[in-house]
Write a protein that binds this ligand. Sequence first.
Ligand code: FAD
Length: 258
Amino acid sequence: MNVLLVYAHPEPRSLNGSLRDFSINRLEEAGHVVQVSDLYTMNWKAVLDANDSTVHEAGARFDPAADSKHAFEHGLQSADIEREQDKLRWADTVILQFPLWWFSMPAILKGWVERVYAYGFGYGVGEHSDVRWGDRYGEGTLAGKRAMLVVTAGGWESHYGPRGINGPIDDLLFPIHHGVLYYPGFDVLPPFVLYRTGRMDSERFARTCAELGKRLDDLGKTQPIAFRPQNAGAYEIPALTLRPDVATDQVGFAVHVA
Ligand code: FAD
């Protein structure tokens, strides 16, 4: 299959750099075709602004959503955005790899999402009316593709456990899993999270590679997280709250997983 690895770490000799190299080799050995968007090496522009369209009238008010829509529909997006969209169209599976920085992805990767997910591509897809909120959460441009996070964290696994002080890792990653990946249509695989990165040596690195390698070998057959599709009846229209008989009396992120 075609695999796109979107990688965000500023130092190639880092732990993340080693894991990236391992993943590329493993995937290619298995016969997959791999493209890498190495955001720091590409000097990726992280900020979404008026320059994201090749035509912007000087002095005109910049509207992030409307200008994105116009640029997407009229072939006026900047070339770096178009290239990344083409890579996403090409990919069967997308891996986002990054160190957990302040409980989320590094800014450069957030900026990749903000700019590449244009209006009409990442959002604003399908019918939007009083009775339908578009093709999203399980439908959309990237439907049929798989995505997985590879995340490294300094904190211990227990810090991210169900009662851990940092909050459960599934909750912290929910905005990325459900918002960034499921929203435009991806089937989202459980993440590969490596904790306590400060305690790494060659022996643990070998073990980590074995575990990650297994996940990469299983990319095509791993069961995705069972997020509830928006347009399959679980949510009331137009409020888009879960029906009372679904996950009754439960609240929080977990209710959106069947
Ligand atoms: P590196 O620092 O490159 O390496 C980590 C260790 O692995 C080092 O001991 C190194 O010698 C060793 N190593 C590297 N390569 C190899 C190899 N090939 N074989 C064997 N050993 C190797 N953590 C959290 O948990 N939550 C947060 O919210 C959070 N926020 C952060 C915010 C910022 C701005 C920063 C800088 C860090 C934050 N951290 C946080 C910690 C961060 O997640 C970790 O520092 C990061 O995940 C480690 O990955 P790295 O690639 O930078 O590792």
